[in-house]
Write a protein that binds this ligand. Structure first.
Ligand code: NIG
Ligand code: FE
Length: 419
């Protein structure tokens, strides 16, 4: 099967010379071709260019059934890569949401046995099938909003058996969803209540029991720790990351959401692929990140939902850093996987230009989940994950018209999705 899209108003994020990510001033660069065509062969991007160079001869070598799409007035944009989510969970937590409205803080709710521990209890009672069904539904909704790749964390198990259950569900999702999915082991998401008085013993359990079995079953691509005030210390984090790396798991960690926790520095020290949240980022943290291979990843949905401070994105980019953005889709702090909304928040709350924000949710977030070689840009040979917008006047309209679905059609691996 081949797909030929012609008369595209703008084909966005085209890439001829591969770059790993865009940083600092370069984040303003968003290559595009106006009045373009795009040809998909099988599950990959086969060719693209200006309409004036298009001819039916380009299709001759395809020798297959061809679906033709006229995209007059519409743009084609590579799918969002959502590099940080927790979408395997049972139930929802709108009661806590109301508690928050009444004035309780995230940490107060966590101390009362709410928060992550509440989701852990519910996950314990749910079957793999139930978790799978709920997660697939979330993934399908994310597809309809334009997402084409998702990183999914464990971390609502908090004991060996339930962490394995979560990771097995993620493995099932990898097998059944057309999306590109990466699994991240987050045993160190919260200290379970039975370990409250002896948290280092829970760290021991992660190190001695969970990591070896997860690695032997090849259930995770990455390892995560919630390195923050009231959760895991820098010392805990170092112990866990060292063991994870021994078993071939590269870190991608939660850092500096609640305080200047040292999480960013420890992430960089262990060559994390990304450090995520980063509401508390100062000069020392920026200094640590500069020149590293670690992608600073911002999650504006969580700051918005919790009414907390926003990460200093402008300062970070102006200092020369790259920035990625992801949804953090989870039941406690960001119950939405709508990356179009994240794009808008990037512009509205972080003061990113539309081009910078689009780089943050495509190329840079692809890097943050280790898939920039196959996704994140419109490149010959990359997977054909993209969406066609409704007729829109400008690219700026994408973040501007916040909360509206600007997407007309979605393609994942060259297949049109039912949305
Ligand atoms: O990324 N910060 C830590 N973990 C999640 C919250 C998960 C929850 O509250 O269930 C987050 O925001
Ligand atoms: Fe998270």
């Amino acid at each position: 099967m081949a797909i030929v899209v012609t008369n595209i108003k703008s084909l966005i994020q085209t890439e001829t010379k591969p770059v790993l990510f865009r940083a600092g001033q370069s984040m303003k660069n968003l290559p595009k071709i106006d009045n373009a065509y795009l040809i998909v062969k099988g599950n990959k991007i086969y060719d693209y260019g200006k309409m004036e160079n298009y001819s039916e001869q380009l299709l001759q070598s395809l020798d297959e059934q061809i679906e033709r799409i006229d995209a007059t007035g519409k743009m084609v944009i590579p799918s969002f890569c959502d590099s940080h989510t927790h979408i395997v969970y049972a139930g929802s937590r709108e009661i806590e949401y109301v508690d928050k409205i009444k004035g309780l803080s995230y940490e107060e709710i966590a101390r009362r046995g709410g928060g992550i521990l509440n989701s852990a209890k519910r996950l314990h009672d749910a079957s793999e099938e139930e978790l799978f069904e709920a997660a697939i539904e979330r993934l399908n909704e994310m597809i309809s909003f334009g997402t084409g790749a998702v990183e999914i964390k464990s971390g609502y198990g908090l004991n060996t058996e339930d962490e394995l259950k979560m990771l097995r569900v993620i493995r099932q999702l990898k097998q059944h969803s057309p999306l590109t999915i990466k699994a991240n082991f987050l045993g160190a998401h919260a200290v379970p209540s039975e370990y409250k008085e002896r948290p280092s013993e829970y760290v021991d359990l992660i190190i001695n029991e969970m990591i070896p079995v997860i690695a032997s079953e090849e259930l995770a691509d990455y390892i995560d720790v919630f390195c923050d005030k009231g959760f895991f210390t820098v010392e805990d984090t170092e112990r866990i990351l060292m063991q994870g790396m021994k078993y071939g798991l590269r870190p991608k960690i939660h850092a500096n959401e609640l305080d200047y926790s040292g999480g960013i520095q420890v992430g960089v020290k262990y060559n994390a692929l990304s450090v995520d949240h980063l509401e508390y980022t100062g000069d020392a943290e920026i200094e640590a990140l500069l020149g590293s291979e670690t992608m600073p990843t911002l999650l504006p949905g969580a700051a918005f939902f919790l009414g907390m401070v926003y990460a200093p994105a402008r300062k970070m980019i102006d200092a020369g850093l790259p920035v990625a953005m992801a949804s953090d889709y989870n039941p406690g702090s960001s119950p939405s996987g709508n990356m179009q909304l994240i794009l808008s928040m990037g512009c509205i709350k972080y003061k990113m230009l539309p081009e910078e924000a689009l780089n943050a949710v495509t190329l840079n977030s692809a890097y943050a989940m280790g898939i920039n070689d196959i996704l994140g840009t419109i490149t010959k040979g990359k997977l054909a994950n993209f969406y066609i917008t409704k007729p829109i006047p400008t690219l700026e309209f994408m973040p501007y018209a916040f909360g509206n679905n600007k997407i007309d059609q979605v393609f994942i691996q060259g297949k049109k999705m039912n949305i």
